[in-house]
Design a protein around this ligand. Structure first.
Ligand SMILES: [Zn+2]
Length: 522
């Protein structure tokens, strides 16, 4: 399960899915993790203020227009041709804030779902979308008339990439808030999609997938998990691009100069298909992709592209010179992939990368005063960055930026049976409902090289706390102090230290994380 409702999904999906997920670690729903004062809470709160400045009717206008209804606001002028994609991201962002109980976000989410449902009803075939000239494009594709290049499909600007955002927004509305309305609309949209491609051969599907298509395979796998209906997993596989899948599964790195954010969402989909029991080939492809991007193509702050494309090993210097440095969307998607791989196999190296990219890239991609979003984060010395403005700039990374700062609570903790993973050192309070335990984490990390966990429980509880020994804390340097006494634990960099005991109310674990300076070669 990507985030919040694993039990619900498993009950719906039945035994086979349950067994496929039995060994997975799980994230906590956003309403169970409350951020405490610190840079992440600041960013999260500022992001909501920022989001509420957008005009929802203008975001919805492309959907109403395409449905033959009268838009209630003017279409946003920026990035014309990708109309609707920001609306999808906005729906996801509102779902995140609604999940935590914000009333303005709840209201907007409900309004958007009603308006989008009216569009779906007007189309009459399950479709909802803001893709300009959509009916022509989709009908041509349905009859096998496919003309695709990297960023175009039948004359439209990456229609599946655009449409994926509304699929994902509806999924998030269900996943984060349990909206049955969103679930119903999403299932109808998926069924429209299934019918649309039902007469296409696998070769025709693959020729269509040459055009950037976002995380279509990911969201279809999510819908399989949501419904338990295998036809959606089969469709997720049909939407998996073999041009990337086959070499990645075979351990062949073909990423030199490929468009980065076209590839990362495909790999997120491979991971989700694997997590849903879709096969080893998908698991291998997702893991190899992660390793080669993180180990061979990622710079010190966690980003990974120049001019939107992966550098080759020989062109790493371009990362320093290029005006268009690492793109925020890539890292947004790499974090999704990392969360998924960590759920399947909770290893500290995943959390090490996540921490690096979250603190250094994602957090810094928001303007800390007005909340605008950054597209590129160049490494070029003395260069500048450009921030977006509400209602004015709708270029890339604005949509994913809307989501980035709403889900900082998603990966601080995760759990597997009676084991609780502490992945990140972010001031927060966790309500671990299944176990009846609250964990409070007080820290001003990274200003201070330490954190403190306090256990709050009505009665003593036995569980294992697994604290990450970060890759950047040298062997023998991590110090744990439990209730004022030194706790001896064997650990090495990039691993989890396990502390199993009968925890009492008020138990306090202090963790010292001594830092040191290192250099990394490009
Ligand atoms: Zn982007």
């Amino acid at each position: 399960m990507r985030s919040s409702n694993p039990l619900k999904a498993m009950v719906v999906a039945g035994f086979s899915l349950l067994s496929a997920m039995a060994f997975a670690a799980r994230s906590f729903p956003l309403d169970q993790v409350r951020l405490l004062e610190g840079p992440f809470k600041h960013a999260q709160d500022l992001n909501l203020e920022h989001l509420l400045q957008y005009d929802v009717d203008r975001l919805l206008a492309p959907f109403l227009k395409e449905a033959g209804l009268t838009p209630k606001g003017r279409l946003y002028p920026n990035w014309a041709g990708l109309d609707g994609h920001i609306g999808g991201h906005y729906l996801s962002a509102m779902a995140m804030y609604a999940a935590r109980g914000d009333s303005a976000a709840k209201e907007r989410l409900a309004y958007m779902l009603d308006e989008l449902e009216a569009c779906q009803t007007a189309h009459g075939n399950g479709y909802i979308g803001g893709v300009p000239d959509g009916p022509r494009i989709w009908s041509e594709i349905a009859r096998g008339d496919i003309r695709a290049n990297a960023f175009g499909l039948n004359g439209g600007w990456v229609p599946w990439y655009n449409l994926h955002k509304i699929f994902a927004g509806l999924y998030d509305a269900w996943d984060y808030t349990g909206s049955e309305q969103a679930r119903r609309m999403l299932v109808d949209l998926c069924d429209w999609c299934g019918r649309l491609v039902s007469d296409l051969s696998d070769e025709q599907m693959q020729s269509m997938l040459v055009a950037e298509h976002g995380g279509m395979n990911e969201v279809l796998a999510n819908v399989y998990q949501m419904t338990g209906e295998k036809k959606y997993l089969d469709l997720a596989k049909r939407f998996s691009h073999r041009q990337l899948l086959d070499p990645m599964a075979g351990g062949r790195d073909i990423l030199d100069n490929m468009h980065a954010n076209t590839q990362v969402p495909k790999a997120v989909g491979f991971q989700r298909i694997a997590e849903c029991g879709g096969g080893q080939q998908y698991a291998k492809a997702a893991a190899f992709f992660w390793h080669t991007v993180v180990e061979n193509r990622t710079v010190a702050f966690g980003g990974n592209s120049r001019r939107e494309h992966f550098p080759s090993a020989h062109s790493a210097m371009e990362m320093i010179e290029e005006r268009q440095g690492p793109e925020t969307c890539n890292t947004y998607n790499m974090l999704k992939l990392t969360e998924g791989l960590h759920r399947m196999q909770p290893q500290a190296r995943y959390a090490d990368y996540y921490e690096r990219a979250l603190y250094n890239h994602i957090l810094s991609s928001q303007h800390s005063e007005h909340g605008g979003y950054v597209y590129f984060t160049p490494l070029r010395p003395r260069h500048y960055r450009v921030y977006s403005k509400p209602n004015a700039a709708m270029w890339c990374c604005v949509g994913s930026g809307m989501e980035n700062h709403g889900k900082y609570g998603a990966f601080i903790y995760s759990h597997q049976d009676d084991e609780l993973y502490v992945n990140l050192f972010i001031a927060s309070e966790l309500k671990w409902r299944e176990n009846g335990v609250h964990i409070r984490q007080d820290t001003s990390f990274p200003e201070q090289a330490k954190t403190m966990l306090t256990v709050l429980t009505d009665s003593p509880k036995r569980f294992t706390l697994k604290v990450r020994h970060p890759q950047w804390v040298q062997a023998g340097q991590l110090r744990l102090t439990l209730n004022g006494r030194s706790w001896l634990a064997q650990s090495k960099p990039s691993s989890y230290v396990s502390i199993e005991r009968l925890w009492q109310n008020g138990d306090r674990l202090e963790i010292d994380l001594p830092m040191h300076t290192t250099t990394e070669q490009l």
